[in-house]
Each structure stands twice: as C-alpha cells, then as structure tokens.
Design a protein around this ligand. Sequence first.
Ligand code: PLP
Length: 403
Amino acid sequence: MSEQWQAGRLDSDLDGAGFDTLAVRAGQRRTPEAEHGEALFLTSSYVFRSAADAAACFAGEAEGNVYSRYMNPTVRTFEERMAQLEGGEQAVATASGMAAIMATVMSLCSAGDHILVSRAVFGATVSLFEKYFKRFGIEVDYVPLSDLDAWRAAFKPNTRMLFIESPSNPLAELADIGALGALAREHGAKLVVDNCFCTPALQKPLSLGADIVVHSATKYIDGQGRCLGGVVVGRREQMQELVGFLRTAGPTLSPFNAWVFLKGLETLRLRMRAHCESAQQIAEWLEQRPEVEHVYYSGLPSHPQHALAKAQQSAFGAVVSFELKGGREAAWRFIDATRLVSITANLGDAKTTITHPATTTHGRLTPEAREAAGIRDGLIRLAIGLEEVADLRADLQRGFDAQ
Ligand SMILES: *Cc1c(COP(=O)(O)O)cnc(C)c1O
C-alpha cells in the first residue's frame, strides 16, 4: 500500500475556515486507504496488538479504540464537526435528541437540584422532566420563555440549570439568550439551549451566552427524515461529565447514523437558506388571507420579537404556524383538503409537513394548559420543506377552498 495517507492525520488545515467549509470538511481523519468520503466504521469492538496493549488501552494509559459504546471514529468525526459548527470545545453524540437531553441532565444535575424549563418545549421533553427526572428527586418549574422577570423570580437557592428552546414550537416565541445566560451565571446555574429549530446555520447559542447546546439531529441536521440522533456541545470540562455518562449508560449514536448526519451537514446551510426563504414567502402569503386570524413567524414585522430574532438569528427558521378562523373543524377541513404536504408531526425534512398541534403534539395537555400556552383549536403548524413555493401555495389554497 502506498503511503498516501498517514492514518489518523486530520484531513485538512481548517484554521480560520468559515462555516460552510467546516460543514463539509471538519473532523475527517483519512485511513491509509485514502478514501475521499468519510469512512463508515460499522464495528462494535477493536483489536489490540498484544495483551499488554489491550491492558494499556483499557487503563487509559495508551490511546486506542476499545469499544463502540466508548468511541467510534465515524461518530467522533460527527462530534468534532458539530463542535466546530456550534463554536464549542467538544461535542458528544447521542442516540436521539431525547437521549441528548437526558444525558445532559443526568450528568450535570443531582437529586435535590432545581431546574427551570421554558413552558413551550417539545412534548417528550416535558414528559422526561415531569415523569422521570422528578421521580429521581429533581425539582422542576416552568417559566414563560420570553418573560425575563418571570425567570428572575423563579430562581431558588438550588437552581442549577435553565433549559429552553428558542424559537419555541409551534408559536415561534423567542428568548433573549444573552440576557438569560447572564441571569443564569449570576445564580451559578447553566443555560442549556435546544437549538433544533435553528441549527448552527442560523443561531449559535454558545456565542450568545449559553453554556450548553443540545440538538435533535433527527431534524434539520439529517434534513431528509432518515435517522434518529442527537448531540450535546459545550466546554470541555462539562462534556467530560457527559462522555462518562454515555460510556456507562449507553445511549450512544450509531456510526451509521453519524455517517448520514455527516452527509446532511455538508448541505446544512444551503438547505436552511432554502427552507427559510420559502417559509418567509408562505408566511407573508398567509398573513394576507382573510380566513387567517394570525400568523406566527418571527420573519414577519408583525411578530412582537421580530427585532430580537433579527439580532440573534441569521434567518427566521422554517416553522410557520397560523390560526384559522373557525376552530378545530376549520383546521381539520384545511388539513384534509391538502394533497401534497404530509400530515405528520415531524419537521426538519425536505418534505413539507402539516400538523394540528391541539389534537396531536399538544393533545395531552388539558384545554386550560393549551389555552395558557396559546395553542388554540384553529392553529395549524407547517414545517416548510424544499418543494417549489408555488406548489406549496397551490396545495394550501385547497385548504382555503374547503372553508
Ligand atoms: C424532535 C425534537 C426533540 C427530540 O428529538 P428525537 O431525536 O426525536 O429524540 C427534542 N427537541 C426538539 C425541539 C425537537 O423538535
């Protein structure tokens, strides 16, 4: 074999490289096979040259791969690339977005700690905090995302963590991440931001003042609805706690899924740009419709936090929600009249999806809790994909024609 590539050497000199270059190249280490694409290491374990070598690797005295719950070269490439894209020191990949949230809390909090969570978070996130973390002695309180005074008033002496999603789902409410990060620091707590809706292509919470970023890579990082995965990014000492938890508890990312996400990252910014441009056009069109009571999209000047969205994000995302006059019947008639968009609760896919939050993603809330969250019966959520805008508009017109 030629000496084309020295095993383990980093692929490129990426000092000072921009986002799109990192998204395509960061973290790749070529093997002596000189492969151009990232290698996929589908292996659960690794071999040693000798018994002594194995003992040294297990003891951590020599560097070497031991077992894929501990480390995997394909997963490591994905972790390094995500760390660089988010501007963090280290990333840890997980089996799903929920596993990323679980690992963050389990490794950084203990029984007796208090966590503040923003009201409008992903449904399974609420269940994880309410049903499971509380069972293990973690106190949890919920705070309206954009109300800084409410956050200030909610701290207790044992508050260790603030957990938010910004922008929120489905109403596109924002938190001022810088202000919330400063508040967390004042109280010795960590600010964790679920950056799933923006991805680092639109928003970098660590540079705004967050301590930790979590992702469901299942959404825009994959971008084509194939694989489940997640990732946590932050400073090295915090990530060491996560590495320890993941190696022991085991919700690690499959190398195959990591490889798919590496391909997804290569086109992340191109896709996000296209998603956002189409979402803006659809939001503006919906706002003109007499059948529509209200459109929730931070790219519209009518959005109360439009200025904050402009300052904190480089674009406004691809989730557009709107409220139809006529309640649940009108919303269901609208959804059932469409023929192109997919009736599903997922998002972050090339295919546009349409959802009725009140009876699906937020169906388990009591009517009072839904009302308090601002999720009315006439609300429809669109996660705009990559189809032609004209075709999407024509399909949504079917919904209006059915009213
Ligand atoms: C989907 C989602 C999650 C959970 O991710 P999974 O990969 O499905 O486990 C967490 N947070 C947000 C904002 C999500 O949209």
